[in-house]
Ligand binder design. Structure first.
Ligand code: GNR
Ligand code: NI
Length: 170
């Protein structure tokens, strides 16, 4: 198991559109294990493969109270959505940035699990938000894309400044 490096905005690789997974095999399960170690190690509730520079349609999540419900979604598709809710979101690719985003409140998702079997699951609350946020990542879309260009620019400048400072301190 290994912790992977999480790409930080405005890294252009976060804009990559991920390709469908063709084979759910041990190599893929190894990536998934490393992604869980990375997500749990950074106190995240979700992580898309795109964020660790793996451009396959796959994400993981654990939105449970106790962090003991690991979920894997391969080639995910939202097949139903209902209602609209505005919620404060964060993202591991945007340290210390939070912003309100409007998304469906309830969804149904279809995906493959880590054995390659198809499943469907309904979600609401944080898990519904997380699934939509992660599928956006697989399409190269980021939560700041829902904000005004002015707000997005402010966030970009703040993160660029922090990255420069961190590089100097190295
Ligand atoms: O850890 C995360 N928390 C979170 C909070 C509100 C809405 C979405 C998220 S996802 C985020 C992890 C992440 O960046 N996944 O891509
Ligand atoms: Ni994110």
């Amino acid at each position: 198991m290994a912790v992977m490096t999480i790409l930080k905005y405005p890294d252009e690789r976060l804009r990559t559109v991920a390709k469908p997974v063709e084979q759910v095999d041990d190599a893929l399960r190894g990536i998934i294990e490393d992604m869980f170690e990375t997500m749990y190690g950074s106190q995240g509730v979700g992580l898309a493969a795109t964020q660790v520079n793996v451009h396959k349609r796959l994400f993981i999540a654990d939105c449970s109270e106790n962090g003991n419900e690991p979920l894997t979604f391969i080639n995910p598709e939202i097949i139903e959505r209902d209602g609209l809710h505005e919620n404060e979101e964060g993202c591991l690719s945007f340290p210390n940035v939070y912003a309100k985003v409007e998304r469906a409140g309830k969804i149904k998702v279809r995906a493959l699990d880590k054995n390659g079997d198809t499943f469907e699951r309904e979600a609401e609350g944080l898990l519904a938000i997380c699934i939509q946020h992660e599928i956006d990542h697989l399409n190269g879309k980021l939560f700041v894309d829902y904000l005004s260009p002015l707000k997005r620019d402010r966030i970009r400048k703040k993160l660029e400044k922090e990255a420069r400072l961190a590089a100097k301190l190295d």
